[in-house]
Design a protein around this ligand. Structure first.
Ligand code: BDP
Length: 640
């Protein structure tokens, strides 16, 4: 009915109006304990309720944030972090659209409350997609967009009533509009001969399940009142000397009385400096190298930043390396780097997109087993915990923002562009210091042939380059090279193609000619290095046929092998990488082309290898042997 339709739009408008009111983000250093900083994780069970009212606005109308959720209606247990969709048996919750509410009480250590010189910060690692947060019924922040963290200082609120437990309420709305990232649209079905009253669906243009909820850890941490708010490092080297240019911003006082010390893996001080900016010189530097490119990949120094007045201490891991692109090469530390890697998703059974340490560690073990040296964070920023693993293990990252499924011309308007620029600000701000991140990807397969795309990508890419002049920028294309309006602005051309799958299905014999032409056309037009950023084929594990047929293990194998032959010719010229689609099977919306999700994984969703995984493993180790350094065998017993 019109009433509920209007109400839902009301809620969406509420979102839009709130956008401008978002808390400005300053530094977003990953929360770490130190002698001056404490941390309290709020992972575990929260109370939860989906607002099932027709307009989804009952929670706001009845001010559910004013008391415990359990006092205003029924609640269920909800784990944090996790997507809520697959946690219950209720199909309404799996496909829910609108506001869901979480709350829990927290015991705040008495000394945090007593000491007015302590800042208490509430941080949400990420929530999909629009969040409003209250502490003891007082709104403390809002955030537009999933995949990235947001935080607010809550010390004053908890000090108002030091005896009471601290109640945290988080309302999260997963609605996607033409102006969100990723974009989407709500469609109302008015034909009552076909649909129930007030029926609506969420349309999207991306190929993964629209999981929602609080996906990354929520925590409280403390800093002194005067504190290190942000650190930016840019690294370089000349001969044997590493150079770390740093900038520190201190908030809470005008003084920037800081001391910076760099120590090596053994805790030995290798350089130090005073003041808010400077250059640290490291003699006999250990550069940060990718996995399989060096005997000692992922070397990290520790940069301790100490504020004298309040003794605030923050320690940042620092990898010293350079990235540069020529017309035919991607260079790390001035040496040609070839991406032999994967595309991933944050996705698994039951927890959906929720951060899960066993899964993360398993995936890194699989990457190493495979001989993969890189991945792309298709199609959104991954948890910072994952990037930290990449830094430590030397896994190279193409860091992608959530600009996926930009297909509607209305999503190229000013409001969309402004939000997209904000998201790039947040992403670069969060990830700028990770040595593993070597390139920014501003979008995946946008409708780059549409007239507004030229202006849109020019703005977006130049903005990103201004934010970070040290890294190349790309966007991932699938469109015809001649019509692509964004390609002139990128540093590296990243192309997705599915020859013999979406085009000429079943005909692997077309791959050599079509793939060769793809590369020659793009290179001929732009003279920039090219990465095959996606290719692959679906496999239902256990299906076999010879001659190979689509969806069997044999078909995935022959598609991969046919692509590889062309890669081997073109990597001698200007192809600088190949990333399989996809590392593992993943959940998607339901549809006639998806059999319980996308099955292009070389591993199943449960991380068991398909035949294609062994093809890739042989190839990647061979490539590693040609282009880099195999690790000493005894260091990797799993490879024996
Ligand atoms: C590509 C998309 C990716 C899809 C893939 C596919 O970038 O998100 O999952 O196609 O269809 O075009 O498997």
């Amino acid at each position: 009915d019109t009433g509920s339709k209007l109400a839902l739009f009301g809620v969406l408008l509420l979102c839009a109006a709130r956008d401008g009111a978002s808390v400005p983000q300053r530094g977003m250093l990953f929360p770490r304990e130190s002698a001056s900083r404490e941390l309290k994780e709020l992972s575990g069970l929260w109370d939860f309720r989906a607002d099932q009212s027709p307009g989804r606005s009952l929670g706001f109308d009845s001010a559910w944030y004013k008391s415990r959720l359990a006092e205003t209606g029924p609640v269920i247990d909800m784990p944090v972090p996790a997507s809520y969709n697959d946690i219950t048996q209720d199909p309404k919750l799996r496909d829910f659209i609108g506001w869901v509410w979480y709350d829990r009480e927290v015991v705040v250590p008495a000394r945090w409350v007593a000491d007015k010189g302590t800042r208490v910060v509430l941080r949400v690692g990420s929530a999909h997609y629009y969040s409003v947060v209250w502490v003891n019924g007082v709104k403390v922040m809002e955030h537009n967009g999933g995949h990235l963290p947001f935080e607010a200082e809550i010390g004053d609120i908890i000090r108002e009533n030091p005896q009471a437990p601290c109640r945290i309420t988080i309302a999260v709305n997963n609605t996607l509009t033409l102006e969100t990232l990723p974009p989407g649209s709500i469609q109302h079905m008015d034909d009552t001969s076909k649909y129930p009253n007030g029926y609506f669906v969420q349309n999207t243009n991306f190929d993964f399940f629209n999981y929602a909820g609080i996906h990354r850890p929520v925590l409280l941490y403390t800093t002194p009142k005067v504190y290190v708010d942000d650190i930016t490092v840019v690294t370089d080297f000349s001969d044997n000397t590493g150079l770390v240019s740093y900038k520190v911003s201190v908030l809470g006082a005008s003084t920037t009385n800081v001391k910076v010390t760099l120590t090596d893996k053994h805790g030995r001080c290798v350089a130090s400096s005073s003041g808010p900016s400077g250059v640290l010189k490291v003699t006999d530097v250990n550069l940060w190298w990718p996995y399989l490119m060096h005997d000692n990949p992922g070397y990290l120094y520790s940069m301790e930043v100490r504020h004298h007045g309040t003794r605030d201490i923050y320690t940042l891991p620092v990898g010293i390396r350079t990235v540069r692109v020529t017309s035919t090469q991607f260079l790390i530390n001035n040496k040609p780097f070839y991406f032999h890697g994967v595309n991933k998703h944050e996705d698994s059974d039951i927890r959906g997109k929720g951060l899960d340490w066993p899964l993360i560690v398993k995936d890194f073990n699989l990457l190493k087993w495979l001989g993969a040296n890189s991945f792309r964070t298709s199609h959104y920023p991954y948890a910072e915990e994952i990037l930290q693993m990449c830094d430590r293990h030397g896994i190279v990252v193409i860091d992608e923002c959530p600009g996926v499924g930009i297909k509607d011309i209305r999503s190229f308007g000013n409001a969309s562009l402004a939000h997209h620029l904000d998201v790039m600000d947040e992403l670069v701000n969060r990830d700028k210091n990770h040595p593993s991140v070597v390139m920014w990807s501003v979008a995946n397969e946008p409708a780059a042939e549409m007239p507004p795309a030229g202006f849109y990508f020019k703005m977006l890419i130049s903005h990103t380059k201004a934010l970070d002049p040290t890294r190349p920028v790309t966007f991932i294309t699938d469109s015809n090279y001649a019509r692509d309006k964004g390609a002139p602005y990128v540093d590296v051309i990243c192309v997705n193609s599915y020859f013999s799958w979406y085009h000429d299905p079943g005909h692997v014999e077309v791959i050599p000619i079509q793939l060769t032409n793809q590369f020659e056309n793009w290179y001929g037009k732009y003279q920039k290095p090219i990465i095959q950023s996606e290719y692959g084929a679906d496999v239902v594990p256990g299906l076999h046929s010879d001659p190979p047929m689509m969806f069997t293990e044999e078909y995935q194998k022959i598609v991969l092998q046919s692509y590889h032959k062309v890669f081997d010719q073109k990597r001698k010229e200007y192809v600088v990488g190949e990333l399989i689609w996809n590392f593992a099977d993943f959940m998607t919306a339901q549809g006639v082309t998806r059999v319980v999700g996308n099955k292009k994984g070389i591993f199943s969703r449960q991380r068991q290898p398909k035949a294609g995984a062994f093809i890739l493993k042989d190839r990647y180790w061979r490539l590693a042997n040609e282009t880099g350094r195999l690790p000493p065998w005894n260091k990797y017993p799993c490879l024996l």
